[in-house]
Design a protein around this ligand. Structure first.
Ligand code: SAM
Ligand code: SF4
Length: 330
């Protein structure tokens, strides 16, 4: 017996969309200098999608447009007190095609909610950790490392699959690449390094501050035997490390993967960004609040996605955008 073909959401370059990232808030309890403005002003809460609005939009993406993977991000998503409840609501979409619900967090508020997130149906968790030396962590984030380590331990104890992510910036935390790898490897925790992208609110990015995939591999090769692994659909290139561990590198800047991009992004105000580097967005929340039908919202989404830009590969460097990383989520 053959069932109906799964729905497909395509852009004009033939790229099928399968992943949606949803920012739950622009607020954050850290001030990572590669992300946040020095003095952030937060969006008024009334402008943010509530759980019912978010569920309606995500439902359309899953049910009618073929999105199978969802990642909740921010700002810091765990500043929203009701995330386990939201995950539970979204998990109801599994019967309509949703395969994975993931979350990206800075880990500061994770320890008390890790078990509740697992019970609600969260499939996996990315935790940002840019240094294993407390002083370097504080210099980068203006926060403390201890609660993040506690969050990681709680997530592990709760049985939640975790990945650690570290943005590497020249003359800031390059020296952390090796000790962080040693720390994560000793604990069997998956680790990925991310190249610094020109999405920081302070506009301090320059190509000289990027530590490229090749440089990260060279740093690790002084200590370990690294071998590239066959490329999968993940944005990271993976390397085996001494045959018994592996690390990933997300090289958006030095080796952009725009040609195979299958992602879309919804900010906390319900604005659809079809590319992390888009200069424009499509407002879905205003029409939703004005009573738009599902068909009208779907038409807006399909048109926006069809016109998805080629991406960073075609326009490298800074892009003037209405928002920065802490609004949209990584
Ligand atoms: N607050 C959560 C966190 O830090 O994990 C979620 C939101 S944060 C914007 C998502 C990811 O984007 C984090 O892994 C963060 O390190 C990354 N990120 C932020 N600004 C970046 C930049 N300019 N270049 C590369 N990655 C960045
Ligand atoms: Fe906050 Fe995450 Fe941005 Fe750091 S990277 S300031 S934790 S949103």
């Amino acid at each position: 017996m053959t069932g109906a073909a799964p729905p497909r959401l395509l852009d004009a370059k033939g790229r099928i969309k399968r992943k949606l990232r949803v920012s739950l808030t622009d607020r954050c309890n850290l001030r990572c200098h590669y992300c946040m403005p020095e003095h952030p002003t937060w969006l008024p809460r009334a402008q943010l999608m509530d759980n019912a609005e978010l569920q309606r939009l995500v439902g359309l993406f899953v049910r009618t447009l073929g999105i199978t993977e969802l990642r909740l991000t921010g700002g810091e998503p765990l500043l929203r007190p009701d995330v386990p409840e939201l995950v539970r609501m979204l998990a109801a979409l599994r019967s309509e095609g949703l395969q994975r619900i993931a979350l990206t967090s800075n880990g500061v508020r994770l320890a008390p909610v890790a078990a509740a997130l697992r019970d609600a149906g969260l499939d996996d968790l990315n935790i940002s950790i840019d240094a294993i030396t407390p002083e370097t962590f504080t210099a980068l984030t203006r926060g403390q490392l201890a609660p993040v380590l506690e969050g990681i331990a709680s997530a592990k104890a709760a049985g939640l699959p975790i990945k650690l992510n570290c943005v590497v910036i020249k003359n800031a935390n390059e020296a952390e690449v090796l000790p962080l790898t040693q720390w994560a490897k000793a604990r069997g925790l998956p680790l990925r390094f991310i190249e610094f992208m020109p999405l920081d609110a302070r506009k301090s990015w320059s190509s000289e501050k990027v530590v490229s995939e090749d440089e990260i591999v060279a740093l690790l090769s002084s200590h370990y035997q690294l071998k590239p692994l066959p490329r999968a659909s993940d944005p990271a290139q993976y390397y085996s490390v001494d045959e018994d561990y592996r690390i990933g590198v997300i090289s958006t800047i030095s080796k952009p993967f725009c040609a195979s991009c299958d992602r879309l992004r919804l900010d906390a105000r319900g604005q659809l960004y079809t590319c992390l580097f888009s200069a424009t967005a499509t407002d879905l929340l205003t029409p939703l609040r004005a009573g738009a039908s599902d068909a009208e919202l779907l038409a807006l989404i399909r048109t926006a996605v069809w016109h998805k830009p080629a991406g960073y590969a075609e326009q490298p460097g800074y892009v003037e955008r209405p928002i920065t990383m802490h609004h949209l989520g990584g």
